[in-house]
Ligand binder design. Structure first.
Ligand SMILES: N[C@H](CCC[C@H](N)C(=O)O)C(=O)O
Length: 283
């Protein structure tokens, strides 16, 4: 079949977006399509696939699949792009939008809308540090700067859920890290039964950090919205950054602004349309 798609990116975290109002795609088809279309040599290219479906009680539902076909419960960069998509496609013509995800319904405010780049602020919900919720296999309650033993040495790790699992590591520098060898040590460690997204973070000041990310199912990406929230939450609970102030997170593909409070976390950043097209697929 011939499938229309839109390629979008948020801070360089790029996905292929399919309008599920036009195509009904089940989980098996979505998984196959993610693997096929995300391939940067044999497909369209992206960190994965996002399907925008109709849903009762919200403006749209987002389903996100990593490049290996696994489904993620939440994606901070994709949800801003979904908001831009449904506004541009006139599926919802308003400033405040509700988008359903596997980790609940999120509220998104469009700060500015232009045909190429829009800016959106997302209420991401609170961070949860409870180990069973992440999940982490351990009898302890929380891992805050927990000395985590790996084959590459011991790393103080802070783990939390932003609707999906994250492990945050604070470092002196991150430029020289070789994530393809370091990332899988965390992603595939038996302590994380559902794998984990890992953030490598440098703190510059109480309101400015830099990070690189190794995403479960997609490898190193240029940005991760839930990961930026996780990095700021971990920076606040370990005393590096200030709660209740906007913190700039520098990522390889651009900046995101994150506001942490115990009740909820806000994420503000860009959502950009790259191109649209049609592709012949066998599903
Ligand atoms: N890039 C995404 C997160 C994808 C998470 C995915 N890798 C998983 O949890 O399986 C973001 O902007 O939040």
């Amino acid at each position: 079949m011939k499938l229309s798609f839109t390629k979008m990116q948020g801070a360089g975290n790029d996905y292929v977006y399919i309008n599920g109002f036009d195509y009904k795609l089940d989980a098996k088809q979505a998984e196959q399509l993610a693997i096929q279309l995300a391939d940067r040599h044999f497909g369209i290219g992206g960190d994965g696939l996002v399907i925008i479906d109709p849903v009762e009680g919200a403006d749209a539902r987002m389903r996100m699949y990593n490049a290996d076909g696994s489904e993620g419960r939440m994606c901070g960069n994709a949800i801003r792009c979904v908001a831009k998509y449904i506004v541009d496609a006139k599926i919802a013509e308003k400033e405040t939008l509700l988008i359903d995800t596997l980790s609940g319904t999120k509220t998104i405010v469009m700060n500015s809308v232009t045909p190429v780049e829009s800016i959106a602020t997302v209420d991401m919900g609170p961070a949860s540090f409870a180990l069973p919720e992440i999940p982490v296999s351990s009898n302890e309650d929380q891992w805050i700067a927990h000395p985590f033993e790996t084959s590459q040495g011991t790393f103080p790790i802070t783990t939390l859920s932003m609707g999906n699992p994250h492990g945050v590591l604070f470092m002196e520098e991150i430029e020289s890290l070789h994530l393809p060898s370091l990332g899988p040590i965390f992603e595939l460690h038996p302590a994380f039964p559902e794998r984990i997204n890992t953030e490598f973070v440098v703190v510059h000041s109480p309101t400015e950090i830099s990070m690189r990310v190794w995403e479960r199912g997609s490898g190193e990406t240029l940005a991760c919205g839930t990961g930026a929230c996780a990095a700021v939450a971990a920076a606040v609970v370990t005393g590096h950054c200030k709660p209740e102030s906007w913190i700039t997170v520098h990522l390889l593909g651009g900046d995101l602004d994150i506001y942490y409070s115990e009740e909820t976390i806000y994420m503000r950043g860009p959502a950009t349309t790259v191109f649209t097209g049609e592709i012949e697929v066998n599903i």
